[in-house]
Design a protein around this ligand. Structure first.
Ligand code: TPP
Length: 665
């Protein structure tokens, strides 16, 4: 068998595993794996630095199948190269409940799945963060420990998605030259030919965004290899347009949308076996071909051994720091520094916006935690995400700690996810809370994957004032609270901000949103308590001077309104307690007894949040009083807006007393 025949048979192993698995599952996408099999075979057998036996080795090349619907391509590669997580039984159980081989690649299901893909374009945007994290760690730890490529296979769909432009323009700007994207240029998407909906010259577009671009025949292994080799030496990220035929080998369906997302059917599969000269039954890979694949995995693994020697030879402190960062463990000193900082806050009681107190907390954190990488989507001065330790990262200068993401919220959030997935860095970055809508698909994926991306969302209510309703979030808090495995923090003062940051950093498997104000807030936590009270999600901030007639629950900027209302109500003879609610999700994790005690049984329950009611019934019940927003905000000063929308201590007192009056009659 000559080299070309061997390549063809190795690629055909991917094709048949994929079409047979889709056929058995009776659902899935055979077209992409069949079309991209040659690209993937060249990449994995000639270039990929990976070790199937030690799959999470930190300096492995990252491979991202951005076109996640082609998941059988990835599963086939992992099985063939010898990843233990993906056995032939897993391939046979493709798409079945409980299998590792889910419909789309799910991060955490199996080693070798570097990120969850499926929403098109996300993987491509993650890859930018991975390639950036690689450069950041390389600048810190040197070529001996960190020096790898990030490879992507993207489809037409990934390139049509808007997020792709944010991703590629950021990558081009930062000259992430170790990022190599293989575009499965097959002219077909679901509705039919791509020409139905798009006539972009993709190479021109990428070139205009600062990329190196090439074309090749995506079924010619040597042409693909030559292109990848050139790309590896480029000073810019590279797009290789690999011209392919979707469903390559299927005699009647190849090259059409019929092969995109449904099983080929027994007849077409039999005909494909004939066309490609494949005699092995379903799920059997001829032993010489499986051996060749396994050998490629073994050979690739040698690079890991060399790397381990370099790590062993590294200076003890550097090695320990590298290993700590890659484990995702925070440095030991942080908790002590936060406790000390909280003591200072209890003394100073600063009256500042929580966005400002976030900056103050970050000043402490960034000094103690060298792996935090800050940023903003062009709102640095508003988000207060930059501290004295963080200088801008730029092309060729990756040793710094601040990313100017540009006006690219979605690309930013997805790149942050890529950084978190890469490991060794902890990304946090900001925009206005209302624009979380622009970042939300990536925020949702951070939650689904269970990774530590920290989203700083400032200007968190009508309190931002004059910019008006386009900029004033009303439903965003509820919308973010609706995402499973996502903690939405809304701290009320500088102490709560410090505690929320500590919780966000400690939470390695849950992403966080920290909602912060533009306006100044008084300190509501005036005594030093070492314990992190925000960890309870909701806690009693002020007790009632007697059997509580009223409980007021509030978050963030509305806590001080709640406290003022309490003072007035108590002066009128109505014992009132105030519960601060910095994080709904953490409250739900407490014991039933704790939750019952916090909710309490005051006859009147009120919640105050300058946002919609959704979610607050959990605290106040269906008949509780909600002081907040019922529609969009308005342009005006904060002094006008809060009274205009009835979010004041006076309105709270009035509503409480009216209800108490009614109850006593
Ligand atoms: C954000 C998003 N929108 C829509 C889809 C549904 N979808 C899955 S694949 C696909 C077409 C993709 O075409 P292409 O990338 O060319 O893949 P190919 O047909 O070559 O397999 C669409 C619209 C999706 N997965 N993600």
């Amino acid at each position: 068998m000559n080299q070309r025949e061997k390549h063809d048979r190795m690629a055909n192993a991917i094709r048949f595993l994929s079409m047979d698995a889709v056929e058995k599952a009776n659902s899935g996408h055979p077209g992409l794996p069949m079309g991209a099999a040659d690209m993937a075979t060249v990449l994995y057998t000639r270039f990929m630095k990976h070790d199937p036996k030690n799959p999470s080795w930190p300096d492995r090349d990252r491979f991202i199948l951005s076109a996640g619907h082609g998941s059988m391509l990835l599963y086939s590669l992992l099985y063939l190269t010898g990843y233990e997580d993906i056995t032939i039984d897993e391939i046979k159980n493709f798409r079945q409940l409980g299998s590792r081989t889910a419909g789309h690649p799910e991060y955490g299901h199996a080693a070798g799945i570097e990120t969850t893909t499926g929403p098109l374009g996300q993987g491509l945007a993650n890859s930018v963060g991975m390639a950036l994290a690689e450069r950041i760690l390389n600048a810190r730890f040197g070529d001996a420990l960190v020096d790898h490529y990030t490879y992507v296979i993207a489809g037409d769909g990934c390139l049509m998605e808007g997020i792709s432009q944010e991703a590629i323009s950021l990558a081009g700007h930062l000259k992430l030259s170790k990022l190599i994207v293989l575009w499965d240029d097959n002219n077909i998407s679901i509705d039919g030919p791509v020409s139905l909906a798009d006539s972009t010259d993709q190479l021109e577009r990428f070139a205009a965004s600062g990329w190196n671009t090439m074309r090749c025949d995506g079924h010619d292994p040597d042409a693909i290899a030559d292109a990848i080799e050139l790309a590896r030496h480029s000073d810019r990220p590279t797009l290789i347009a690999c011209k392919t035929t979707i469903g390559f080998g299927a005699p009647t369906k190849a090259g059409t949308n019929k092969v995109h997302g449904s099983p080929l059917g027994a007849e077409e599969i039999a005909a494909t076996r004939k066309t490609l000269g494949w005699t092995a039954p379903a799920f059997e890979v001829p032993s010489d071909i499986l051996d060749a694949w396994r050998l490629s995995g073994l050979n690739a693994g040698r690079k890991r051994k060399e790397w381990e020697q370099r790590l062993a030879a590294a200076e003890g402190e550097i090695r320990a720091e590298f290993e700590r960062r890659m484990r995702g463990e925070l440095p030991g000193g942080l908790d002590g520094m936060i406790a000390e900082y909280k003591q200072k806050l209890a003394r100073d009681r600063p009256k500042v916006a929580t966005r400002k107190s976030s900056e103050m907390a970050l000043e402490v954190i960034n000094a103690a935690v060298p792996e935090t990488i800050g940023g903003s989507a062009d709102l640095t001065g508003s988000n207060n995400t930059k501290t004295s330790q963080t200088k801008p990262i730029s092309a060729g200068n990756y040793g710094e700690r601040y990313v100017h993401y540009g006006v690219r919220e979605h690309g930013m959030a997805a790149a942050m996810n890529g950084m978190a997935l890469h490991g060794g860095v902890i990304p946090y970055s900001g925009t206005f809370l209302v624009f979380s809508d622009y970042a939300r698909p990536a925020m949702r994926l951070a939650s689904l994957m269970g990774i530590r991306s920290i989203f700083v969302m400032t200007h968190d209510s009508i309190g931002l004032g004059e910019d008006g309703p386009t900029h004033q979030p009303v439903e965003q808090l509820a919308a973010l609270r609706a995402i499973p495995n996502h903690t939405v923090f809304r701290p009320a003062d500088a102490t709560e901000v410090a505690e929320c940051w500590q919780l966000a950093l400690d939470s390695a498997k849950t992403p966080s949103t920290i909602a912060l104000t533009r306006q100044n807030l008084s300190a509501v936590r005036t005594e030093f308590v070492e314990e992190n009270l925000c960890a309870y999600g909701a806690y009693e901030l002020a007790t009632a001077n007697g059997d509580a007639q009223v409980t007021i629950f509030a978050s963030g900027s509305e806590v001080e309104i709640a406290l003022a209302a309490r003072t007035a109500l108590q002066a009128h003879g109505h014992p009132t307690r105030v519960v601060s609610v910095p994080a709904f999700e953490l409250f739900e994790k407490q014991s039933d007894d704790y939750k019952a005690a916090i909710i309490g049984n005051a006859p009147v329950k009120i919640a105050i949040e300058a946002a919609i009611r959704l979610g607050w019934d959990r605290f106040i019940g269906l008949d509780g009083i909600f002081i907040g927003m019922t529609g969009f905000g308005a342009s005006g000063s904060i002094e006008q807006l809060y009274p205009h929308f009835g979010i004041t201590a006076e309105a709270t007192v009035k509503a409480a007393e009216a209800r108490l009056h009614k109850k006593s009659h």
